[in-house]
Design a protein around this ligand. Sequence first.
Ligand code: ZN
Length: 425
Amino acid sequence: MLAWSAPTIPHIPGNAPILEIHNTSSGSLVDTAPAEAANAPASMYVCGITPYDATHMGHAATYVAFDLMQRTWRDAGRSVNYVQNVTDIDDPLLERAAATGVDWVELAQQQTDLFRADMEALNVIPPQEYIGAVESISWLVPLVEELVAKELAYTVPGENGEPDGDVYFDSIAAANSAWELGTVSGYDRETMLGFFAERGGDPKRPGKRDELDPLLWRVAREGEPRWDGATLGAGRPGWHIECSVIARRFLPAPFTVQGGGSDLIFPHHEFSAGHAAALDGKALAEAYVHTGMVGLDGEKMSKSLGNLVLVSKLRAAGVEPVAIRTVLLGQHYRSDWFWTDELLTEAQNRVERWRKRLDGTTLAEATAVITRIRSKLANDLNAPAALAVLDAFSAQEPAEHDDSNGAGGALLADALDALLGLKLV
Ligand code: ZN
């Protein structure tokens, strides 16, 4: 699948510190570049959208946060292998298509196009591999067959006249030295059961060996889209195996960072890691990094409440994408927060103040601001602190003489673009 166009990223002189990032799995800050790997490529997989309701502010906050991670690595001289999926076949997509009378393929294409345009506008560096779930089916089927052959997956009988043969992952039998239930999330069983039921799992499905076992392959029902599943029978894949297989196909084992919103910690990232480890005995990623949830004016943002803030709507209303990106960077990526109109207005004002202060910036000032921004970002991507550095600088009167003929302002503008993705000029 095509991603979107890559922005040109200016090269900024000097050395960035090594990024330390909060790992959900260990609950602590981890160094993302151990000494022996300091110049090795970093690798990142960020779970993509299910293409309906794109691109709401929660999506935008997540992809901008991981974009910041990528920019921080690049600034430290590392190359980055980045992979993202699009869940272009899954229950929520089919349900939305049915509810709105739109063909599911058309809905997915339309929403993926909108997402690409929004990402490009927000100056997000695209993944090298942008892979649809549908594209991954032929890679995934043999791996599910392998799990069945290893007795780490099993089929269950159909109920209420539905066909036999849905395939589930045996999460207890699959435990090994690289993964067991809780390795990624650290949750206790009760918490896992709560999230499993809330986030698309089916704990009460008869025939399952454990309530938490997730679906690997759903055999075709009347009227549902289906693909060739070889010995599994025609059907479609579960969600966790999709990401597991795509990540393993394009990235090292383990890769550096698995990312997504905090609502993906369990069951999605737990089982993506479980499936991969069951197949090859290796951890999926070195660190699991999660972004907070974004609400609106004190409420959860959801389609059912009709309060989704969409990037495309703001753009259509004439809001500059750099102001939207400023709102997003003004919140620490791990915190839960609420979008408000006041935040947007404040961001628009900040952008104006920063722009004005570029004029008359000396080279010495630009270099000092860049050093401070780099150190804030290296500490768990503290973008709000980086923006505060910029605010403090912008509040200072320009020097009487800019002896750099504008080179200081140009360097600072390039650095804000390269490090924070803020294109001010
Ligand atoms: Zn995923």
